[in-house]
Design a protein around this ligand. Structure first.
Ligand SMILES: [Fe+2]
Ligand SMILES: [Fe+2]
Length: 170
């Protein structure tokens, strides 16, 4: 099913930048923007369905990585901002949960995907303009955070692969 220009494939083959974990988050953001653009710009139902499925997965994994490792590690630098971001994640999770329970062929899915894209794009924009620059000035050793994020992500990818394998066997 993977096409040569599959953006998810491109990201998953790059090494995790342990000494600069913000780079990894930016890479995820770029992937989300690319998939969102593909979803919005395509007229093909097939392309839209694939982009939406990949978007749901990319956003889910990215949110878990931030909430479980990155946000706790940098919370003390911008506690109010992190609290706001966690609330925004909850709003996205609601949309994700609704969409995961729907077929992408359902006509009601499209407005929900578009709504989720809007919310997510404005959230990642806030992270990039309000949080990441602050962290550049903060005295934080990023490498231990990067190592923890790398391990967390590897575990998520592993679990995701097991899940897909189990689904394929059904
Ligand atoms: Fe986030
Ligand atoms: Fe993010």
């Amino acid at each position: 099913m993977d096409t040569p220009d599959d953006p998810i494939d491109q990201v998953s083959h790059e090494a995790f930048p342990v000494d600069n974990p913000i780079q990894a988050l930016l890479r995820d953001h770029a992937l989300v923007r690319k998939l969102a653009e593909r979803y919005r710009n395509s007229d093909s139902m097939e392309v839209k369905k694939q982009a939406a499925t990949q978007l749901l997965q990319a956003i889910h994994m990215h949110s878990r990585l931030e909430e479980s490792v990155f946000y706790p590690a940098v919370r003390r630098v911008e506690p109010n901002l992190i609290a706001l971001f966690e609330e925004e994640h909850l709003a996205v999770d609601d949309l994700l949960a609704t969409l995961q329970g729907m077929s992408m062929n359902d006509p009601a899915a499209q407005p929900l995907v578009l709504e989720m894209i809007d919310v997510v794009l404005s959230h990642i924009e806030e992270e990039e303009t309000e949080l990441f620059p602050q962290l550049q000035h903060a005295v934080i050793d990023m490498t231990p955070i990067g190592l923890e994020m790398q391990a967390f992500e590897a575990n998520l990818v592993h679990m995701q692969a097991q899940l897909s394998e189990r689904r394929a066997r059904r």
